[in-house]
Design a protein around this ligand. Sequence first.
Ligand code: PLP
Length: 376
Amino acid sequence: MSELGRIPFNRACFQGKELEYIAEAIANGHISGDGSFTKKCQQMLEQMLGVPKALLTTSCTHALEMAAMLLDIAPGDEVIVPSFTFVTTVSAFVLRGAVPIFVDIRPDTLNVDEAQLEARITARTKAIVVVHYAGVACEMDPILEIANRHGVRVIEDNAHGLTGKYRGHFLGTLGCLATQSFHETKNVTCGEGGALLINDPSLVERAEIIREKGTNRSRFFRGQVDKYTWVDLGSSYVPSDMLAAFLYAQLADIETIQRNRHRVWSFYADRLKDWAAAHGAALPAVPEWCEQSYHMFYLLLPTLAEREELIRKLRAQGVYAVFHYVPLHLSDMGRRFGGKEGDCPVTESVSDRLVRLPFYNELSEEAQRRIIAAMS
Ligand SMILES: *Cc1c(COP(=O)(O)O)cnc(C)c1O
């Protein structure tokens, strides 16, 4: 398909060896989970990030559900969450009976406002879930300090942030647990998939059980027990080794992926400075102590009307720009937990004004020039 036609918002990109590795998984005769490609992917994540344990999962959502079970989230527990995020950052905890306590974001990085966290902590608070929006880190030093002082666990929903860093530390290594997404829209993908990163080694054994339907099958396969049986809560969170084979082709070539995404991001940032100044728009804010993951490129327009007009204008020229999160505290479910207008003013305003431009590894400079030309 020519880029002279429609420019989609996202396009699945292939690194080249995906089919070869899937064929190898089939030839291995091991297409269920935890075959050789699953192990290779997990080792690669562990080595790349320096985490004690990485477990591939069927999605980031499922890794978040595992995190909620691992931390024994129970009915009535409170979990502090940003309102400006994907649904399952929150719903995974609500599924265990938690009450979501929504907190607003900073107007610069659009990450959870660490200055508002402490006021939200009560005797029922079990966890704080942070999202590194667009792969730019939350202010993890103060967040971890507040959490530690109150005995509250921190979970990083790092769906956007693989390879990103905060003050030299990889995102996903800072909370007791972190989750990755390998959905088609993320930097590294296998279509649908995810991972749970476990930074607290005391949680590893139970994580393996929860991921294996609540059984001790992993210990059985390692010869540590002589039969396997039902021992705890759990569900079916193990992806097929064919998907892991696809993922391995991408993870093994992550440097190429990141180089391409860096190029796409920088081209937009350089060429849109003047446009942004002329239109009163803001470019993404990346603090100097953060290395971002080049997950997306967004602009913040002055008003909802200007954002809608830009999306409409681009679409008329075949360019698919999109808005992003709708505030969760104002969703049908969020309102059932008491959410109302004005609770998170920055989230409400940003949600109206943010637009994401087409962004994928293989987006060409020619296409980016066309997108920028279509904006003016
Ligand atoms: C994509 C995404 C998820 C969900 O990922 P899945 O792998 O599709 O379950 C969760 N949180 C955030 C912040 C995301 O961007």
